[in-house]
Every structure is written in structure tokens, then in C-alpha cells.
Design a protein around this ligand. Structure first.
Ligand code: FAD
Length: 393
């Protein structure tokens, strides 16, 4: 076991970016091309070494290893705090969707290149008049020979700029009732008739954007799942999204935990508010304790879901619990941090007196988006109420 740990450590020493872990090393700006290139480069390196891609079928590029080796790899990667992967929805939502509903050629063609970071994905579900009410979407695809001609617009598309491919839900039957008129396709982001442009968020970056389809053609073979049953494929996808990490929670269903308790305590101990150290204020200590308790509750709730999953009892709806809980917690945490740092919360990134270079402010602002993406808290509470608790609609 020790020999294997040494092997992983030696590999990391040799392969981590030059200057990594030195004070002079600065990660590229998130969502920049430089950050994307670094994420792709690093994921490919990990994959080629057999240090990522676990838990997926071997025939689709998954890497098989004994559990103890995987545990050591993960421990060593965590210890060194390695670069983040590329900004892509591939791993989070596309792989689960393809594994569940994709055709064999689609799984073989696309999954390996998602696992090795080579190809990135975006996802076009939401439209200007179809967010929570997704079934109301108006983008159409009309069959022409062995192709579909797509017209319409999608909005709030994460990773819009980096998508090599996208998954797209469109109306394929003008007559059929709601939920039975949609289909899900894979599209190539280099197709003619496709264009995209940024939308800037209040947190500053253009993490998401808009996509336009003007007679864009998609081959028929790119259909995922059954024709006119795209609603059900999309729901699988959204459950994966809710369970997998919406809101920046670092892990998947089963181990969802927000973390950040230690850094909160440290901040409270190192910050003065109205002339006294925040940690000395019992109300703040109680709020931080409450946060720690909820964090722990979320961890155990995630573990319970993991067990249900392994026993085949997981319906997917449970993902909404972790989604609401973790994203709302992140929002509360952000608000509490603003109260702790007081007037410094006005200092954004780049300001000379900003605490932590404005990162606290950024995280507070960004946390709002997480309570909206992949289904708002209200929508997820409705799911919990109706489909888990069995309350009336
Ligand atoms: C950071 C971020 C990333 C995103 N990434 C993507 C992406 O990659 N791809 C994509 O397709 N979409 C993406 N989205 C869009 C997201 O899925 C939608 O914003 C979300 O589903 C809400 O839709 P909407 O914005 O149209 O709001 P609306 O549906 O118009 O909702 C407005 C308000 O009404 C409430 N509401 C609506 N219906 C009900 C109801 N039945 N009961 C109670 N309350 C209700 C909502 O909770 C909300 O508060 C992203 C959004 C964000 C913030």
C-alpha cells in the first residue's frame, strides 16, 4: 500500500503544474480560456495515468482499479489540492444521461472524451419563457430527411462558451400534449446556424450565456432516448444535476457536504466587528455552531441516500433534498460572512483592502445562482412535498 502511495506522490511531484504549491503560483481567472486549458490538460494527464474516470463502465472509457488504490489516489490528490477540471456539464449530467438513455454508439463515442477532459459540454434546456415550466419550451426541430432542422433560443446556458457539444431539448411534435412532444438531441457546437453570446451575472463573470439556433441541422442518429419522450430523459439529467453538485457542493449524491466550517471559525477569530473579535460574540458562535450542525446533517443525509442508491431504492427525487439544503445553506453562509466582515463586504476583487481578495463577496453573490440552477428551491421543495412526502399538489 505504501509503495502505491509513493508512486502516486512521485507522479504528482513530476506532473503538477510548474510552481504549484509555491506562493507565486496563481490559478488562472475562473471561466477564462487559460483556466479551461489548464483544466483540460490536467484531466487528460490524470486520465492517462489512470487516476480518474472511476466508477464508469470500462467499455465506455471507465478506469477500473481496486477500491484501496482509488482511495489512495483520492487522498493524495486532495492533499495536494490539484487544479480543477474544465468547466463542462459533461461529467455531471451528460454521462449519467447517456448511460441511462444513450445509444451504444453515443456512449462509445462521447463518454471516454468526457472522462479524459478532451471534450466539453453545455446543456440547452431553459428558454426565455420556459425555466421552471420547462415543458413550455418553444424551440422546435422539424424532420427533413435524416436530419432535424432546429430553430429557437436557449438561455442561462452554463459553459456556453466552452461547449464542444451540447445536449438540447426541443419540441418535435407540434400537436402532441405537453411532456409528450419533446425530444433530446446531441448537437455539435461547430454546426452552422448555431451562435452563442455571453450573459453577465451579478457576481461579475459570464459563466452562462444564450444560444441561438437558426436552421441548425442535427443528424437523426443524435437523438438520445425515444422520439417525443425527451421530457423523461431530461428529468434523469436534472436529477443527476441536482444530486451531483449544483451549488458547488463538491461531491455526488451520497457524500454531498458543503464544508467550510473551519474557515468560518477562522474568519470569526481573525475579524473584529464593532471593536471586538467576532468569535467573542455568542450569537455568532451559535450561528456558526448551527451551520456546523446542518453541515453534519447534510453529510449523513447524503450517506443515507448513498445506501439507498446501492440498495436500488433511490428514486432520484431524493436528490432535491441535498440540492435545496446545500444551496440554501451556502446562501446563509455567504450572508453570515458578510455580517462578519461588515463594511469590508463592499470591497470586491481587486480592491486594495478587500478581505481574501473579495472571494467572500464573490461566493456570497454566486450562491444565489446555485439556488436557481437545475431547478429553483421552490420547485425542488414542491418535488419533496409531492413526490417524497406525498402531500397534495
Ligand atoms: C448559475 C445558473 C446556471 C444555469 N445553467 C443552466 C444550463 O446550463 N442550462 C439550462 O438549460 N439552464 C440553466 N440555468 C437556468 C435555470 O435552470 C433556470 O433559471 C431555472 O430553472 C428557473 O427558471 P427561470 O429562470 O425561467 O425562472 P422562473 O421559472 O420564471 O421562476 C421565477 C420564480 O418563480 C418561482 N416559481 C416558478 N414556478 C413555480 C411553482 N410552480 N411553484 C413555486 N414557485 C415557482 C421560481 O422558484 C422563481 O423564484 C441556469 C441558471 C443559473 C442561475
Amino acid at each position: 500500500m505504501d509503495a502505491f502511495r509513493q508512486e502516486v506522490r512521485a507522479w504528482l511531484d513530476k506532473n503538477l503544474p510548474k510552481g504549484w504549491e509555491t506562493p507565486g503560483y496563481v490559478l488562472p481567472e475562473p471561466f477564462s480560456q487559460e483556466a479551461q486549458d489548464l483544466g483540460k490538460w490536467w484531466t487528460k494527464k490524470l486520465y492517462d495515468a489512470g487516476y480518474t474516470g472511476f466508477g464508469y463502465p470500462k467499455e465506455y472509457g471507465g478506469i477500473e482499479r481496486p477500491a484501496w488504490e482509488i482511495a489512495i489516489i483520492r487522498q493524495e490528490l486532495a492533499r495536494r489540492g490539484t487544479p480543477p477540471g474544465p468547466f463542462s456539464l459533461g461529467l455531471l449530467t451528460v454521462v449519467p444521461t447517456l448511460l441511462d438513455a444513450g445509444q451504444e454508439w453515443q456512449k462509445k463515442r462521447f463518454i471516454p472524451k468526457i472522462l479524459n477532459g478532451e471534450e466539453c459540454w453545455c446543456q440547452g434546456f431553459s428558454e426565455p419563457n420556459a425555466g421552471s415550466d420547462l415543458a413550455n419550451m418553444q424551440t422546435t426541430a422539424v424532420k427533413d430527411g435524416d436530419e432535424w432542422v432546429v430553430n429557437g433560443q436557449k438561455v442561462w446556458t452554463s459553459a456556453w462558451k466552452f461547449g464542444d457539444f451540447g445536449i438540447l431539448v426541443v419540441k418535435t411534435d407540434a400537436e402532441a400534449p405537453r411532456h409528450r412532444n419533446l425530444s433530446l438531441f446531441i448537437f455539435d457546437c461547430t454546426s452552422s446556424g448555431f451562435s452563442r453570446r455571453p450573459l453577465r451575472q451579478m457576481s461579475g463573470e459570464a459563466e452562462f450565456g444564450e444560444m441561438f439556433f437558426d436552421d441548425m441541422r442535427i443528424p437523426d442518429e443524435n437523438l438520445v432516448g425515444e422520439l417525443n419522450r425527451g421530457w423523461y430523459v431530461a428529468m434523469t439529467n436534472l436529477m443527476a444535476d441536482r444530486g451531483g453538485g449544483s451549488g458547488g457542493a463538491p461531491a455526488g449524491v451520497g457524500v454531498r457536504v458543503l464544508g467550510g466550517v473551519d474557515s468560518l471559525i477562522e474568519l470569526a477569530k481573525n475579524t473584529r466587528r464593532y471593536g471586538r473579535v467576532v468569535w467573542e460574540d455568542a450569537t455568532f458562535r451559535q450561528r456558526i455552531a448551527q451551520f456546523a450542525i446542518e453541515n453534519e446533517a447534510m453529510r449523513w443525509s447524503g450517506a443515507r441516500m448513498g445506501v439507498r442508491m446501492r440498495k436500488g431504492q433511490f428514486t432520484g427525487n431524493e436528490a432535491s433534498i441535498g440540492k435545496v439544503f446545500s444551496t440554501e445553506m451556502a446562501k446563509r453562509r455567504g450572508d453570515m460572512v458578510m455580517e462578519i466582515i461588515g463594511a469590508y463586504s463592499q470591497m470586491v476583487k481587486g480592491s486594495k483592502r478587500a478581505i481574501d481578495d473579495g472571494d467572500h463577496v464573490y461566493r456570497m453573490l454566486r450562491s444565489r445562482g446555485s439556488t436557481i440552477q437545475s431547478g429553483t428551491s421552490e420547485i425542488n421543495r414542491n418535488i419533496i412535498a409531492e413526490r417524497i412526502l406525498g402531500l397534495p399538489r
